[in-house]
Design a protein around this ligand. Structure first.
Ligand code: PHE
Length: 437
């Protein structure tokens, strides 16, 4: 999440040849979190992203993401709580170990950040499932910063925070008895709560049980997953309903992830809208086999912390989480969810750029956005492609983007925006060989 669009389904396929954006003056190595790593032809990390690596907002005292993490951790007091794993992982760990097919679009350089062919920034906390299960943890939560190349708007940021939760049981009668007991406990707890749940079958033709799983075991585990998460949703969003108002509404939806089956998404009805909160499912046995715990089975979920924090704190723009402005930071205290008091909104400055891309080169929207982020940092609010056409005679592609520059903290001059736009333009020319129109 989780983000507004389906997580890790990576809907945008990148086609065509692409000029290696950094081939131009790419350093031969990069220093990341105190170590040096060689670069190569796939390197696409930008200085703006590198600067985020040490920040770890989810561990900053009184930061909303830290409070949300602690709140979820206290909902699962007997789980191991992990939050300090390095964001640098191999593509093998991020994808292969989790049964992602070779041609999965999430692997593309347009969608993920690569240090080099063998090292990338994790795109989700699931990247650590195998290693944590291998350590022998049976119930755990893991919070971390994750990185995805994306477009720019109020709810997307190339770095965000996820929390992975998992629980596994022994895949035998004793383990299943434990599941049944826990299910009974959770059912009892939920029966007394002001919550309405729209469910889907635990297993169906389109959301199948894994071949190696006894369908009865799979049913029990999926039920445990659902009960456990319904109870978490009540902890996070149920505050209002306890005070005698409308019940909390939670709905379960069939989903697909390469590393779980059956798989589900959870949505919560909040302030008049259904909001996607998390992805989850029964862990693929291949993951547990690789982790050297073949005799276990269980569930996992992954949720997006910004998404939930924006809802709970009424934070209107995802850039605010990165703000160092006292007017933001000083509003919050540890372990308390309060409504964000917006300070004045400063004016926008729109700048357009139109250009021809060189023959045979695809400039992905994410490439464009990374250039803008690198120049403008958090002074960019959103980027929209406002035009795209192919010249009927020359076959050349023309693109036009509109960049909205706006500071969250201060009034910005038109000259400042012009200056940034000029830099964007010259980087586009240098790195991608575009011809400005
Ligand atoms: N890792 C998935 C994502 O980022 C979420 C997920 C986690 C789904 C665990 C299933 C199980 O979207």
């Amino acid at each position: 999440m989780v983000r507004p669009r389906p997580p890790l389904s990576f809907p945008r396929l990148s086609v065509g040849r692409r000029l290696s954006a950094l081939a131009h003056g790419r350093p031969s190595s990069l220093e990341l979190l105190g170590n040096r790593y060689p670069t190569d032809s796939v390197t696409n990390l930008t200085p703006a992203i590198i600067a985020k690596l040490p920040l770890r907002l989810h561990t900053r005292p009184s930061h909303p993401l830290n409070t949300l993490r602690t709140l979820i951790e206290s909902h699962y007091p007997d789980f191991a709580h992990l939050s300090s794993l390095s964001p640098l992982v191999s593509p093998y760990k991020n994808f292969d170990e989790l049964s992602f097919p070779q041609d999965h679009p999430g692997r593309a350089v347009t969608d993920s950040y690569y240090v080099n062919k063998d090292l990338m920034l994790r795109t989700h906390t699931s990247a650590h499932e195998v290693e944590v299960f291998r350590r022998g943890e049976d119930k755990w939560l893991l919070t971390a910063d994750v990185y995805r190349r994306d477009e720019i708007d109020g709810s997307h940021y190339p770095v965000f925070h996820q929390m992975e939760g998992a629980r596994i049981f022994s895949a035998d009668a004793a383990g299943m008895k434990e599941v049944e007991e826990d299910n009974a406990r959770l059912r009892h707890h939920l029966a007394q709560a002001n919550i309405v749940i729209e469910d889907v079958p635990h297993i169906s033709v389109s959301n199948p049980n894994q071949e190696t799983h006894d369908p009865l075991h799979s049913e029990l585990v999926a039920q445990n997953l659902k009960l456990s998460l319904n109870s978490l949703m009540l902890t996070l969003f149920g505050g209002a309903s306890e005070r005698g108002s409308a019940p909390l509404r939670v709905r379960w939806i069939e989903a697909y992830f390469p590393f779980t089956s059956p798989s589900f998404e959870v949505e919560v009805f909040f302030r008049g809208k259904w909001l996607e909160i998390l992805g989850s499912g029964v862990v693929r046995q291949a993951t547990l086999d690789t982790a050297n715990v073949p005799n276990k089975m269980g569930w996992a979920f992954g949720l997006g912390l910004e998404r939930i924090a924006m809802i709970l704190y009424s934070i209107p723009d995802i850039r605010l989480f990165w703000s160092t402005d006292e007017r933001f930071i000083s509003q919050f205290t540890d372990r308390e969810i309060t409504t964000f008091q917006p300070y004045s909104k400063y004016p926008s400055c729109f700048k357009d750029v139109s250009f021809w891309t060189p023959q045979g080169v695809t400039l992905h929207e994410n490439d464009f956005c990374d250039v803008v982020r690198d120049v403008a940092g958090d002074l960019v609010e959103d980027v929209k492609q406002i035009d795209s056409f192919i010249h009927p005679k020359t076959n050349r592609t023309s693109l036009c983007y509109r960049v909205n520059y706006r500071s969250m903290d201060r009034s910005m001059s038109n000259e400042e925006a012009n200056e940034m736009q000029l830099q964007v333009v010259s980087r586009l020319q240098e790195q991608f060989g575009v011809e400005i129109r």
